[in-house]
Design a protein around this ligand. Structure first.
Ligand code: ADP
Ligand code: MG
Length: 337
């Protein structure tokens, strides 16, 4: 089992114990009730403030399961797996898959391919490299890189064609945000007034906390032990997503090989960024943009984010300094060298 998943499961067990205690609370109380589980190779948890919403939370976990079975690149017979193995033929997919692919293509175009959902062959090469802790051969990297081009994805209604039969779609840079949004819509439809959805650090909140205060979301200090924060942001009804080089990586000859890939070179980005945090209304935007703004670099990224409505971002750079958009301070993101 992967180390990350083991850690996630250990944390899930701890939370289950806490949940067990909380379930003794009186109905209608505003004590937090948190449920957790392992999905998409990470720990996800949902917190509500009334145990009468327990069924709705359970339903969100079944949604996670369904989306995992639709969007996974590795699960046989998922929509994405079928597209990736269709040898260039059209494939009929679910409404959700068609929608997330459209979102992914939008961000691929906005970033001029710096973010590219057809990065699957390349991310597979680097995932195997992480497992073996070995740098892949340059030939392997370049061959995988030659298949990356989002313009090969054609979509017509629910019919998706990946024109290059050697290419593969990987929605890893956008899926958690999309799924978080869908869970939020479901919970809101069922009149849940306040909740925190945390999909492996991809956080989306509904409203304020029941006492009327904003949710305070800690920003992870890169490479420090999990839960050590450098700052925090206070948000109401917003998504807070961080992409960082410390999440999935291996070290070789003193160099870090992480999971955010430069579509120009085929190698992990080396642009002096340790992490970028995005605050947005929709989590699909925050998730895609956290990867997009990472690969664009801090100067271009901030320039781009300043022009986008309702988007704020903050970078933590390798010297420990912070760089952020003008509106980020109002959420409390502060400090840095
Ligand atoms: P996570 O929260 O899982 O760490 P991120 O939102 O930080 O995910 O995005 C990283 C993931 O995005 C990678 O695991 C990979 O699946 C995908 N990815 C990496 N580089 C790119 C890129 N240049 N364009 C699109 N997707 C990418
Ligand atoms: Mg992302």
């Amino acid at each position: 089992m992967k180390r990350l998943l083991k850690k996630a499961l250990a944390a899930a067990c701890m939370i289950t114990i806490v949940t067990g205690l909380v379930s003794c609370s009186v109905p209608g109380s505003t004590e937090p009730v948190t449920k957790s589980g392992a999905y998409f190779d990470t720990l996800i948890s949902i917190t509500v403030y009334d145990r009468r919403y327990s069924d709705e939370v359970d339903h969100c976990f079944s949604m996670a399961d369904r989306f995992d079975r639709l969007f996974s690149m590795n699960k046989k017979s998922s929509d994405i797996w079928r597209i990736n193995h269709a040898k260039g033929q059209p494939v009929n997919v679910s409404d959700d898959t068609a929608k997330i692919i459209r979102d992914g293509l939008k961000y691929s175009a906005i970033s001029d391919g710096a973010f590219d959902i057809t990065i699957g062959r390349l991310t597979s090469v680097w995932e195997k490299a992480r497992e073996k802790k070995e740098i892949p051969s340059d030939d392997l990297v370049k061959e995988a890189l030659s298949t990356v081009d989002y313009r090969n994805v054609l979509i017509d209604g629910n019919k998706v064609t990946l024109k290059n039969p050697d290419a593969m779609i990987d929605l890893g840079g956008i899926a958690k945000g999309y799924i978080a949004d869908r869970m939020k819509s479901y919970l809101k439809k069922h009149h849940v007034p306040s909740a925190l959805i945390n999909l492996g650090g991809n956080v989306l909140v509904i409203g304020d906390k029941p006492d009327g205060s904003h949710y305070r979301i800690g920003i992870q200090e890169p490479f420090a032990s999990e839960g050590t924060t450098v700052t925090e942001v206070a948000v109401s009804d917003k998504s807070v997503v961080t992409s960082g080089i410390y999440e999935r990586y291996f070290k070789k000859n003193g160099k870090i090989y992480h999971h955010i890939i430069d579509t120009g070179t085929g190698y992990p980005e080396e642009n002096g960024i340790k992490s970028v945090t995005v605050i947005s209304k929709k989590s699909v935007d925050g998730d895609a943009l956290s990867t997009v703004l990472f690969v664009l670099g801090s100067d271009k990224g901030i320039e781009k984010a300043e022009k986008m409505d309702g988007i704020e971002c903050a970078y933590i750079l390798s010297d420990g300094s912070f760089k952020m958009t003008s509106g980020m301070k109002k959420y409390g993101f502060s400090g840095g060298k």
